[in-house]
Write a new protein. Structure first.
Length: 136
């Protein structure tokens, strides 16, 4: 199990074939691995969120390619894929008055899963989650 801060980039994309491919190509060209992606599409446009594990910021690459981007810190958790894990984590954050503003994730086929979340206080949330998971 692990928990750490990563970066998330949010952009607006047109809802047309190839728009997402053009966007993710920028990350591939820079050798940056995308560990999470989520989108919300409305009519002719959409919002895409991409979470990456990168030591360097890439917002300047996105801006240079014509994208308006918002960069935020996000918490990445790898945890056992079993019932009750999400409840345990959300309850711990709630009890510490921390609001979850964005969440998405997946399992890796039964053994473990990854959860990505934004919180009202990322630093405090990271401390709470490390304590809840028993990670130093």
């Amino acid at each position: 199990m692990s928990v750490k801060l990563i970066r998330q980039y949010t952009v607006f994309l047109p809802n047309v074939p190839g728009a997402l491919a053009k966007f993710v190509e920028l990350f591939a060209n820079e050798g940056i691995n995308i560990i999470g992606i989520a989108s919300e599409i409305r009519d002719d446009s959409g919002v895409v969120r991409i979470a990456v594990e990168a030591d360097r910021k890439v917002s300047h690459i996105l801006t240079g390619a014509g994208f308006t981007t918002i960069e935020t810190s996000m918490i990445s958790l790898e945890l056992p894929d079993k019932p009750g894990q999400l409840l345990r984590l959300t309850k711990a954050l709630s009890e510490n008055n921390i609001n979850i503003t964005t969440v998405y994730g997946t399992s890796f086929g039964g053994a473990s899963g990854r959860l990505l979340l934004n919180a009202s206080d990322s630093e405090k949330a990271l401390e709470v989650l490390k304590a809840e998971l028993g990670i130093q």
